[in-house]
Design a binder for this molecule. Structure first.
Ligand SMILES: CC(C)(COP(=O)(O)OP(=O)(O)OC[C@H]1O[C@@H](n2cnc3c(N)ncnc32)[C@H](O)[C@@H]1OP(=O)(O)O)[C@@H](O)C(=O)NCCC(=O)NCCS
Length: 187
């Protein structure tokens, strides 16, 4: 398993005990509206299902979803998902009380450094709903550039498809914002 340490945050696998905290954080209008697969309302079963999925996905290398912990408390989630022709997609959300403090940018930087070091993608990709400029700003700070493509993506929380701005950059062009420490622990 992987753990990534940044100046303020520790990114580590989601644990079964994180389920109630996920429920607390994800029953939030902005998270429901601005993500693809977080149902609204978000139940304990939803959280337990996602935590089980995340463990299997990380073990099998299909996806690397991390809990983002600040002083030991989950404040966000961020992850990388390999896809297509050697590309890797960044995704994240931050709990309401911890927004506006650079958490998404710091966690995103950590995930991108992890992805470049351990997954060796050629291209880094991400996207945000067209009416979510704060996420666009996070991706801009991380160095992503709009591809010009607007995709239709389904939002479980909205129950409809939404115009989604796509962004990318060559992995070789990624300039980390701050040093991180990647720890590989036993199975
Ligand atoms: C979008 C989100 C991840 C941002 O998290 P965060 O920790 O507050 O992000 P950061 O503090 O690292 O950076 C936010 C940036 O957006 C800017 N911003 C905030 N609201 C904005 C708006 N309405 N328009 C433009 N920029 C905005 C902030 O000023 C900041 O930029 P700055 O550092 O240049 O001042 C968070 O609000 C969130 O989780 N929202 C709900 C779920 C979501 O949108 N997930 C992303 C799906 S693509």
């Amino acid at each position: 398993m992987f753990v990534i340490e940044t100046r303020r945050l520790t990114l580590s696998p989601l644990e079964p005990d994180d389920a109630t905290r996920l429920v607390e954080l994800c029953n939030d209008r902005d998270i429901a509206r601005n993500t693809a697969r977080i149902d609204s309302p978000y139940t304990l079963e939803d959280a337990q299902h996602f935590i089980g999925y995340a463990a299997g996905a990380m073990a099998g290398g299909a996806e690397f979803p991390f809990a983002v912990r600040r002083d030991g408390v989950v404040v966000a989630c961020a992850g990388a998902k390999p896809h297509g022709e050697n590309a890797c997609e960044l995704g994240y959300w931050v709990g309401a009380k911890d927004r506006g403090q650079g958490v998404a940018t710091e966690a995103g930087d950590a995930v991108l450094q992890f992805a470049c070091a351990r997954l060796a993608p050629e291209t880094l990709t991400s996207g945000h709903f067209a009416d979510n400029p704060a996420s666009g700003r996070v991706l801009e700070k991380l160095g992503f550039k709009p591809t010009g493509e607007i995709m239709q993506m389904h939002s479980a929380g909205r129950g409809e498809t939404v115009d989604t701005v796509r962004l990318a950059m060559p992995a070789g062009a990624y300039a980390p914002l701050a040093p991180v420490r990647i720890v590989t622990a036993g199975a």
